[in-house]
Design a protein around this ligand. Structure first.
Ligand code: NAG
Ligand code: NAG
Ligand code: NAG
Ligand code: NAG
Ligand code: NAG
Ligand code: NAG
Ligand code: NAG
Ligand code: NAG
Ligand code: NAG
Ligand code: NAG
Ligand code: NAG
Ligand code: NAG
Length: 797
């Protein structure tokens, strides 16, 4: 069977969990175990092997009473085995188990049965009340014989992805069942599942997540689930409305999970009739229509998640009736209107997420009046205006606040100073101008993510000691020299400001002390100068570069796996959206290729010197933007080796010589801007290069040939030959000089850094962004710490 690979992975994961959660019981009692049962258990043991470090089977010794073995429990009067729990084993289950005539509790969860069938003889164990075979890598058809277990209260077959059922009728034999878990068992073939299960009159918890179900039978008039308290139907595909029969669960249901089901239509009254409901998950469906006023009927609701639907209209006033509400998640809908002031009545609210909606109007003190317990506030990407008095003291102590794209300014919000527990503060594009108050830079010692980007905040910060793990000041009006960094800072984005002076002191000083800086985006500032005294940066090529070359080839699989979980945990979609802002000049779909995207953007500084020829080793680079600097020399001849390049912008520099003919080999290239340089000669012929606009070549008086209207003359052809020779020489002789200008230096650092945009770095980075994932500017990335270590060691050698 090819199926079990994934099953094995799951098994290993579960085993890890199990190792820490199992507690095998030992019974102290005077009764001794029944000889026949002991023999049966020893026979069972023969077919099994221990996988877990706890090795439960190791205590199963012939010399000892079987009632003292790990995982075995005997009745304390009769000495008969009544419970058997074995986790972390593999092998085959022997029918000798049938000798345990009094067994009522059998737990074979979290094992590796290697895609074997569930043994049908389990159906003959008439005393079983509790049967747990979850996450045990069983495959195939579930045996109908289990339907003989009329005394069974608890049946868990969940987490065995290759189990299936073609017919559920036998299940009506489970007349005492209270807990039934078939998560990820394929029930696709059983269309009558609902009618059959709803006859299980004692059923209290039903889990059918990821079962391949495709209908909730919306035409059904009623269901008989009279005792159902928990119903999990998430991750199926229903493509229809929420049925009316839900109202029949009104006297019992406490928790309802309907997420990721492609449910459509309005939220029906049947949901609001569930008066005892405490927990409701309907996120990631296609629900539309208005949010009904009857919301307020759900008086016991403490968790509501409707994120990622298309609900419209305002939040009803009756919101204020949800006095038990702790966690309210309404993000990513089309809700509009103002936020009702009754929000301020939710005195148990801990987490509020209303981001990515069309809300308008303001939020003031009243909206927060009783939100004493609020810790997480996400109101980003709405049109809300945060309109509070300058002396407002909020009732809450926030831990996370995302107010991206809200109207917070123009003043820097003074109430923030009262928030001593804040760990995560994200307020980009919030209209703040003027100086950041001096208290801001050190008011909270807990803060680890700060994003004030895209505001108009002014000021000099050189004397400030920045101390947030992630700090994004991109696109503000900060000026002067670089600020000091505490050793805690890992990600610093200061792009698009007016910082000036040499970048060298900043980088070089770090040599003498520990620091954790991993990411530095300093593009679009006024940095200049040379990295003169750092290294005396002539000498051999540092090891760093060699290592990088090795890393240019993507590691197979590891990154894919990482990105899968990234997508799952962090809302990949918005990450892509922001990433697409980076390459100026075009927008491309990255869904398929993002894992290999490499971006270098050093545009708009005062960088000088040559484009390092080593750049052509970066065979995975997709975007290169060095435009608007003072770069000289020629375009590296081997640029054609960078096969993945999709976009090159070298415009507005002093680059001379010919356009290397290898450029025509770049099959993915769909953006090229070489305008306003000193390039000369004929534009190499290839369908691609000729398809670009002439505007992308203009401002090079000595350049000729299509798409330019200027034809090439003999002179220019000659020029071609001479400059060609020169170019070759340049690239042959240019050794890696440590004392080069800052243009080269920064380019080099960036090259090194860009490559370290690998999974380790991303992992650390995304840890900070956890819930809120709206900004990510991957432009210039310098893994300074690592490189400095490398360079220092190579220098010392
Ligand atoms: C075991 O037997 C001893 C002596 O007969 C008695 O004192 C003790 O209470 C018994 N223990 C249990 C758990 O029955
Ligand atoms: C025997 O088991 C029953 C039920 O589990 C328990 O109530 C009783 O205390 C136990 N007796 C002894 C002597 O352990
Ligand atoms: C799992 O089953 C396959 C096919 O039945 C067999 O080849 C393989 O040896 C088994 N693996 C173990 C660990 O028993
Ligand atoms: C168990 O069920 C099967 C079919 O579901 C039936 O044929 C068999 O007789 C039953 N066995 C017992 C012991 O009840
Ligand atoms: C629902 O339950 C009632 C009473 O338990 C019973 O009379 C009725 O037949 C059941 N309906 C269905 C469809 O099972
Ligand atoms: C079940 O729901 C249907 C549809 O909403 C309703 O007509 C019927 O009265 C309900 N029956 C019970 C017993 O709640
Ligand atoms: C909300 O509570 C108010 C006052 O307690 C009550 O008048 C109103 O009907 C309730 N609204 C809903 C939808 O339950
Ligand atoms: C909210 O959106 C609806 C359409 O979905 C529109 O008719 C209504 O005017 C909007 N209300 C406000 C206050 O913008
Ligand atoms: C913040 O920095 C200022 C000036 O550097 C200092 O006077 C003040 O004590 C610092 N506050 C805290 C909380 O560290
Ligand atoms: C952020 O800070 C809080 C409080 O200091 C801490 O508990 C949390 O682990 C930190 N998060 C990260 C990602 O370091
Ligand atoms: C570019 O293509 C030409 C042929 O079209 C080939 O000779 C040359 O080796 C290629 N260069 C690179 C760098 O792939
Ligand atoms: C440069 O001149 C050589 C020799 O005439 C010719 O083969 C080549 O195509 C020319 N290159 C360009 C870009 O015109």
């Amino acid at each position: 069977m090819g199926a079990p690979f994934a099953t094995h992975l799951l098994f290993l994961f579960c085993l890890f969990t199990a190792t820490f959660s199992l507690n095998f019981f030992k019974v102290e009692s005077n009764v001794s175990c029944h000889a026949k049962e002991k023999q049966a258990l020893l026979t069972l043991k023969q077919g099994l092997i221990d996988l877990s470090v706890l090795s439960p089977l190791s205590s199963w010794s012939d010399q000892q009473d079987c009632c003292t073995w790990d995982g075995v429990r005997c009745d304390n009067k009769t000495g008969r085995v009544i419970e058997l729990t074995l986790n972390g084993i593999a092998g085959e289950i022997s029918p000798s188990l049938l000798e345990l005539k009094f067994l009522n509790h059998l737990d074979f969860s979290i094992n590796d049965f290697n895609c074997s069938r569930i043994p049908s003889f389990l159906g003959s164990m008439g005393n079983l009340r509790h049967l747990d075979l979850s996450n045990a890598a069983f495959c195939g058809l579930i045996p109908q014989q289990l339907g003989n277990l009329s005394g069974l209260h608890y049946l868990d077959l969940g987490g065995n992805s290759y189990l299936y059922l073609d017919n559920l009728h036998w299940m009506s034999g489970l007349s005492s069942i209270q807990y039934l878990n078939l998560n990820s068992v394929n029930l696709h073939k059983e269309v009558d599942w609902l009618q059959i299960m709803s006859k299980l009159s004692s059923l209290s918890e039903l889990y059918l997540s990821s079962c391949g179900l495709d209908s909730l039978n919306p035409s059904l008039r009623f269901v008989n689930f009279t005792s159902l308290r928990v119903l999990d139907l998430s991750q199926n595909h229903f493509y229809h409305e929420i049925p009316n029969w839900f109202s029949n669960l009104s006297t019992s249901l406490l928790k309802l999970y309907l997420s990721e089901n492609s449910l459509m239509g309005n939220i029906p009254p049947s949901i609001f009739n569930l008066q005892r409901l405490e927990y409701l998950e309907v996120q990631l469906n296609s629900l539309s229509g208005k949010f009904p006023e009857s919301l307020g009927q759900l008086k016991h609701l403490s968790y509501l998640n409707l994120e990622g639907n298309s609900l419209s209209g305002p939040i009803p006033l009756s919101l204020g009736n949800l006095s038990e509400m702790q966690n309210l998640k309404l993000a990513r809908n089309k809700l509009n209107g103002t936020i009702p002031k009754t929000l301020g009545l939710l005195s148990n609210l801990v987490s509020l997420s209303i981001s990515f909606n069309l809300f308008t109007g303001s939020l003031d003190e009243v909206h927060f009046a009783k939100l004493w317990k609020l810790k997480i506030l996400d109101m980003s990407h709405t049109l809300l205006f945060f309109n509070v008095n300058s002396n407002w003291v909020p009732p809450f102590q926030l831990e996370q606040a995302d107010m991206s794209s809200c109207k917070i300014g123009p003043k820097f919000p003074p109430w923030l100073q009262t928030q001593r527990s804040l760990q995560f503060l994200v307020m980009p594009m919030s209209g703040i101008s003027g100086n950041a108050p001096s208290w801001f830079w050190n008011w909270s010692s807990n803060i680890n993510t700060t994003d004030l980007s895209e505001n108009q905040i002014k000021g000099d910060v050189p004397d400030i000691l920045l101390n947030s793990i992630v700090l994004n000041l991109r696109s503000n009006h900060f000026k002067g020299r670089l600020p000091r960094l505490s050793t805690n800072v890992k990600v610093l984005n200061i792009a698009n400001n007016s910082f000036s002076g040499p970048i060298s002191t900043f980088l070089c000083k770090k040599l003498n002390r520990k620091n954790d800086l991993e990411v530095l985006d300093a593009s679009n500032n006024l940095f200049s100068g040379e990295l003169s005294n750092c290294w005396s940066l002539s000498g051999p090529i540092p090891n760093c570069l060699k290592n990088i070359i090795a890393m240019v080839v993507p590691e197979p699989n590891t990154q894919d796996a990482y990105f899968d979980s990234l997508e799952y945990n962090f809302g990949y979609g918005s990450y892509i959206a922001n990433l697409m802002l980076v390459p100026k000049g075009n927008e491309l779909e990255y869904e398929e290729n993002l894992k290999f995207v490499r971006i270098i953007d050093l545009s708009s500084n005062n960088l000088s010197g040559l484009i390092p020829v080593e750049i052509s080793f970066l065979s995975e680079l997709h975007f290169l933007n060095l435009s608007r600097n003072h770069l000289m020399g020629s375009i590296p001849e081997k640029i054609g080796y960078m096969k993945e390049l999709e976009s090159i912008d070298l415009s507005r520099n002093h680059i001379s010589g010919e356009i290397p003919s290898s450029l025509s080999n770049l099959t993915f290239l769909n953006y090229l801007d070489l305008s306003y340089n000193n390039l000369s000669g004929r534009i190499p012929s290839s369908t691609q290069l000729q398809s670009f606009d002439a505007l992308n070549f203009i401002g090079n008086p000595q350049l000729c040939g299509e798409p330019l209207s200027k034809h090439c003359t003999v002179n220019e052809e000659a020029h071609n030959r001479t400059s060609m020779g020169k170019t070759e020489d340049n690239s042959q002789n240019s050794s890696f000089s440590m004392g080069m200008g800052v243009g080269f230096a920064v380019g080099f650092w960036t090259v090194c850094g860009g490559l370290f945009f690998n999974k380790t770095w991303r992992h650390a980075y995304f840890k900070f962004l956890n819930d809120i994932n709206d900004w990510l500017y991957v432009t210039t990335i310098l893994k300074v710490n690592w490189i400095l270590e490398k360079l220092r060691s190579s220098h010392l050698n």
